[in-house]
Design a protein around this ligand. Structure first.
Ligand code: PLP
Length: 649
């Protein structure tokens, strides 16, 4: 990785000072003030609903022994809960550099806690008159961050909604892509006249996204022109032919010339893709995992594969690019995936392009100006030592040309768990997910758009869903708009910390050279850096793994021991030769002095440490403490202590 000019020294950011409760709970007075104020506010709201209704619970009730006994039991259990929660993972601390979690943004935490007693259910506006709109707005805010059209007065506006997490958002992407691809075949099977339908099932399944939506539009217009009776008949007739009605088995039996489609993803893809294919009923056999280069999808391999599939007439439902892989933080060449689709298109094969940005999605704020335009690579690079390399800038630029994206507000959005998001570039396809066959939807304009999606439960995998989570994401996006000036402060701080960590790791490599070989096995693309280790005198993968396992003992969560005994929390992952590719594996093993022949049944992967650098206070400017320095001191001590213990294998 080549360094550009060093960024200007970071000024102390006093906005960040107010963003979180803080490692020490520094902002407790602020949070307490907010919580008390809005709890009272909620109580007055109850009282002012019908102030003429007298209190149903007697003012003397609190004196009754049963009341007191209940309160005592409740307190007892709450104390016990609070006590055991002390064993929780200290996500708030800059000593936590393990998984993809950190402190929570105060505006999100406060908004969520403030909304909880109102208990809105975002399944529909009937039970969430306020927060369901916020959820739809969140979709538009995220669409803007990604470079999608986000003006609901335009017919081709994006749409997004929240899910329980990235797993369900990825599933929604699969569901939507399949609905849009399979629908033209239903129109053909129902023999709808006048629509200028594709000539055969293969070409019907291989319409481009835009052509599929244009056909859906024509069908809706056509329906509107029919008499009410005819409309109902045709709707029923097409409904009977849809994949959502017939199921995968029935649908493909009815279209024997069409093979079951594949889903292409890099081998680094999250296991939610395997879950998604199982859930959809396509089965894991249909998930093809493609090789990577340096843990980033090999775009040439993708291009060759889709060309081959086109020749064999095997359809592709979707190609997935990962923007920030879960284990390595690496970013796939999204532009390369778009280019591969162009090539396939010329051969009659078309597919949806989805970006799994569950982890890296919010990094897009670094690339966005306040007016929504894209920042040049040079502008962004002026703030960092290495970030963003030209391929990374191209990946973010290409987001605008994809069909849908998964983003997790509960990862780099610093929001409480239970918040994933699915965003698609053109909302019109979403009509096909409706549980009621009411997809005769017309009307443009923001009011119609909002009205339609207030019945959110129609379109999403879940039913009842927390309005409080939507309120939290919405408020965070309002307080910190999704551009580099506002929300971008957070990833700017943490990516800079990651660069400091990376530089420190490379110096560490030299410092520890007398004792062992330590390497950064691949360059970081996001806030995630891995380290590989091999003690001197060892040449086997099994030996290196035994050492890393013992090192990890020092870094893992262990409910059997008091938290305070741990200095740092990290996580562990592994490199498998089939994941890394032969050349890269040989080079990593060579650097570490490991024998490639020692990969075997007992050691089919190389264990490495994984560090997720999300905490905004890793460099504590108030006290001039670098937790990164402290971490490497800790590593050096741990390595020395392990070296003096029994031999590794
Ligand atoms: C975390 C993650 C997921 C799954 O998201 P959940 O919120 O855990 O369901 C999917 N893909 C990627 C790349 C992720 O990092």
């Amino acid at each position: 990785m080549s360094a550009h000019d060093a960024p200007p020294p970071e000024p102390r950011d006093h906005v960040l000072d107010a963003c979180f409760l803080g490692p020490y709970g520094e902002n407790n007075a602020l949070l307490e003030k907010i919580l008390v104020e809005f709890l009272r506010d909620h109580v007055y709201w109850r009282r002012n609903f019908h102030p003429e209704d007298p209190p149903a619970i007697s003012t003397a009730a609190a004196l009754h022994p049963d009341y007191l006994a209940f309160e005592a039991r409740m307190r007892r259990e709450l104390h016990q809960l609070s006590a055991v929660l002390k064993k929780s993972v200290p996500f708030h601390s800059p000593r936590y550099i393990g998984h993809m979690a950190s402190d929570l943004l105060l505006p999100g935490l406060a908004a969520q806690m403030l909304t909880l007693p109102y208990n809105p259910n975002n399944v529909t506006e009937d039970v969430a008159p306020v927060t369901v709109d916020m959820e739809v707005q969140v979709g538009l805010q995220l669409a803007r961050m990604l470079g999608y059209p986000h003006d609901p007065t335009q017919s081709a506006c994006a749409f997004g909604h929240l899910t329980s997490g990235g797993t369900l958002a990825n599933y929604q992407a699969l569901r939507l892509a399949l609905a849009l691809k399979a629908f033209p075949l239903a129109l053909r099977a129902a023999q709808v006249p006048d629509l200028d339908l594709p000539a055969d099932d293969w070409s019907a399944f291989n319409l481009s996204h835009a052509q599929g939506i244009a056909l859906l539009d024509r069908w809706q217009q056509w329906l509107v022109a029919q008499s009410p009776q005819q409309r109902a008949d045709w709707l029923a007739r097409v409904e009977r032919e849809r994949i959502e009605q017939r199921g995968i088995a029935g649908f493909f039996a009815a279209h024997p010339d069409l093979k079951v489609p594949r889903v292409l993803a890099p081998i680094t893809a999250h296991y939610s893709w395997s879950k998604g294919l199982k859930l959809l009923g396509l089965g894991r056999d249909q998930l093809e995992l493609l090789p990577t280069r340096g843990m980033r999808l090999d775009a040439d391999a993708l291009r060759e594969r889709v060309e081959q599939l086109a020749r064999e007439h095997i359809p592709v439902l979707m190609a997935v690019a990962v923007l920030g892989s879960t284990e390595y933080g690496t970013i796939d060449p999204i532009d390369g995936v778009i280019a591969a689709r162009e090539r396939a298109r010329a051969l009659g094969l078309d597919f949806a392009v989805h970006v799994d940005a569950a982890w890296g999605g919010y990094l897009a704020t670094l690339f966005r100006n306040e007016d929504g335009s894209l920042r040049s690579r040079e502008e962004v690079a002026g703030e960092f030592s290495y970030f963003p390399s030209p391929p990374i800038h191209r990946a973010f630029e290409a987001l605008a040309h994809t069909d849908s994206v998964t983003v997790d507000p509960h990862k780099l959005g610093y929001l409480p768990f239970g918040s994933g998001a699915f965003v698609c570039r053109d909302h019109r396809a979403v009509a096909l997910l409706g549980e009621r066959a009411d997809y005769v939807f017309h009307g443009d304009g923001k009011a119609d758009y909002m009205k339609r999606y207030r019945g959110l439960g129609q379109f999403v995998p879940e039913g009842s869903k927390p309005g409080a989570a939507a309120a939290a994401v919405y408020v965070v996006h309002k307080v910190l708009p999704l551009d580099h000036v506002h929300f971008g402060r957070l990833p700017r701080t943490t990516v800079r910390a990651t660069e400091i960590f990376y530089d420190r790791a490379r110096r560490f490599t030299q410092e520890i050279a007398a004792r062992m070989r330590v390497r950064v096995p691949f360059e970081p693309d996001s806030n995630l850096v891995c380290l590989a280790f091999n003690p001197h005198g060892n040449a086997t993968v099994a030996g290196a793994n035994a050492f890393v396992r013992r090192l990890y003992e020092e870094l893992r969560t262990d409910p059997g021991h008091p938290l305070q005994l741990k200095e740092f929390f990290g996580s562990i992952t592994s490199l498998r030769p089939e994941l890394v590719g032969a050349t890269q594996t040989a080079s990593i093993l060579g650097e570490l002095g490991l024998d490639p022949a020692s990969f075997g049944a007992d050691a089919d992967r190389l264990l490495i440490l994984r560090h997720t650098l999300m905490n905004p206070y890793l460099i504590d400017r108030e006290n001039d403490i670098s937790y990164i320095e402290l971490y490497f001191d800790f590593l050096a001590r741990s390595i020395a202590a392990l070296g003096n213990a029994a031999p590794a294998v």
